[in-house]
Write a new protein. Structure first.
Length: 527
């Protein structure tokens, strides 16, 4: 068990899944009393990137949708095995397992071409050189790859393949993204016989806020954990030498007034660095969302403040220094008619919730959509349906509207989507019955930026006695960012290492070290 001093408190900065998971591990595994754990969150609600809100009148919105994997999300399942469902006498883990037992993902239209035809996604298009370049990437050590980009290691042909289109739209990659992160993703998740169908992907019953965040928050608050929303942490004070460092004070702002928490000898701080959803801005049917470039919220500003205090606290500018390379845009449709949903189901052959991701491979905006199981929001009424999508290319005009995606209103995004699907004859009816909320995300791909060792700090820096770093910008060796699993695993590592918890952390599943998966992958890649 932990070495928590009597009466010690834990302060968790940020209310995303990393902090929520860390709070569970502190109470469940490290022996903390719930009231001694305090989560400080800038936004009005916890959950971070795992969000879901809105109503049928004004429209629903999520900034992202996640698909989970049975074998790959070991720490996430460990967390959710302890959390009761809010709707059934079972754990959230069992709820997800039972929900997916009745249906399975198998995309019938993973890729759609220029003339609205369904492309053969099983034809990956990899040349012999592409295959050799991939092998070279996998055998190079990370210290040799360093800050090189993906396009530093692959030829131009690779970026025209269907493999690249499918992979990049699953993980939000660009040609300029980190070659190290691409390598980690392949090692963790490459199972080429399923890349074209996304079979084996697990879905939550509703969006991840309703299905994961709300149950976790309920578990925490039932045990007395304090969640303080509307609290922006602005700085931390440290004391001691590099071999014996401690956080002594947390500075914050709440309701326009400054305040502090002073940490005593038995207190701990768990600090979320940065945020992939920092400075998210929302539009509507008739207004494009603003692109915020000046770091108005506190996620990266806090990291910048503390990074200036020690060389091993990471380099936030590497990740949040080029908005034009890290931004993309998502959107949520709220449909008060089944017309568009039914047309997509007929086109793809997939009932809602079974089609995975549909990508319009040649579209100017590189659009992708997914139709989740309905209802996707708790309380969503019958006769109302939702759809989520995003675009990875934000600097080109659309194929059916004459503006770039950041310039487009919600209704223009809808027009572009209907045009890509070839449903133009139904456009007027679809527009009349559909609300679109677009979201501009300036830093959504920031964790994928090229980096060197040390640009992300260790979860528990050397000499740290009472603090650890959490989230997508703290280094978890071998694991791949842009997943819930990365944040949960980092939280478990931080709590167990810092508090001396003598429990085993579940291993990292790597597809290429699984002999059966590796054989199937090799067979698919070489055909």
């Amino acid at each position: 068990m932990s070495s928590q001093p009597a009466g010690g408190s834990a302060y968790l900065i940020g209310g995303g899944i990393a902090s929520l998971a860390a709070a569970v591990f502190l109470v469940r595994d490290a022996g903390f009393d719930g009231p001694s754990v305090r989560i400080l969150e800038e936004l009005p609600v916890a959950g971070g990137a795992l969000d879901g809100s809105g109503d049928p009148a004004g429209g629903y919105v999520t900034r992202g949708v996640r698909m989970l994997k049975e074998e790959s999300f070991t720490c996430t399942w460990n967390l959710l095995e302890s959390i009761p469902s809010l709707t059934a006498p079972k754990t959230v883990r069992q709820e997800i397992r039972d929900f997916n037992a009745g249906s399975s993902t198998s995309a019938g239209a993973r890729l759609v071409g220029t003339n609205h035809e369904i492309l053969d996604a099983a034809d990956l298009g990899l040349s012999r050189r592409d295959q050799l370049d991939a092998i070279r990437l996998l055998v190079l050590p990370e210290r040799v790859i360093g800050s090189r980009r993906i396009d530093d290691l692959f030829s131009e042909h690779f970026f025209s393949t269907r493999f690249w289109v499918m992979w990049r739209t699953m993980f939000g990659l660009q040609a300029w993204s980190s070659a190290i992160e691409f390598r980690r993703e392949i090692q963790r998740f490459v199972q080429l016989p399923t890349i074209d169908t996304l079979s084996g992907a697990l879905l939550t019953v509703h969006n991840q806020y309703d299905s994961i965040v709300r149950p976790v928050c309920a578990w925490l608050t039932a045990r007395g954990v304090v969640i303080e929303c509307g609290t922006r942490v602005t700085d931390l004070e440290f004391s001691g030498s590099a071999a014996n460092r401690r956080v002594t004070r947390i500075r914050y702002e709440r309701d326009g007034s400054p305040g502090t928490y002073d940490l005593g000898p038995g207190d701990y701080a768990f600090i979320t660095l940065g945020s992939m959803t920092a400075d998210a801005a929302y539009g509507d049917d008739n207004r494009a969302p603003e692109l915020i470039r000046d770091k108005r919220d506190g996620g990266f500003r806090l990291w910048e403040a503390i990074a200036a205090k020690a060389p091993d606290f990471g380099h936030p500018a590497v990740f949040a220094g080029n908005v034009d390379q890290t931004k993309w845009e998502s959107f949520t449709l709220t449909m008060r008619s089944p017309l568009l949903l039914k047309r997509i189901e007929e086109f793809s052959g997939n009932p809602a919730g079974t089609g995975g991701l549909m990508t319009f491979a040649d579209s100017g905006w590189l659009l992708s959509i997914t139709v989740p199981p309905q209802p996707h929001f708790a309380g969503q009424p019958d006769g109302v349906y939702t759809l989520w999508g995003y675009g990875l290319r934000t600097d080109r005009p659309g194929d059916h509207v004459p503006v770039t995606m950041p310039q487009a209103t919600g209704q223009q995004i809808l027009t572009e989507l209907v045009g890509q699907l070839g449903f133009g004859a139904d456009l007027d009816e679809i527009r009349r019955t559909t609300t679109v909320i677009p979201v501009m995300l300036p830093y959504i791909a920031s964790q994928l930026q090229p980096r060197r060792a040390g640009d992300r700090p260790l979860t528990v820096p050397r000499g740290a006695r009472n603090f650890a770093f959490l989230g997508q910008f703290a280094e978890v060796p071998v694991d791949a960012v842009f997943t819930v699993e990365y944040s949960v695993r980092g939280a478990m590592r931080a709590v167990y290492e810092l508090l001396g918890v003598r429990k085993e952390i579940p291993g990292i599943y790597r597809a290429l070290t699984d002999p059966k998966a590796a054989f199937r992958t090799l067979k698919a890649a070489l055909r």
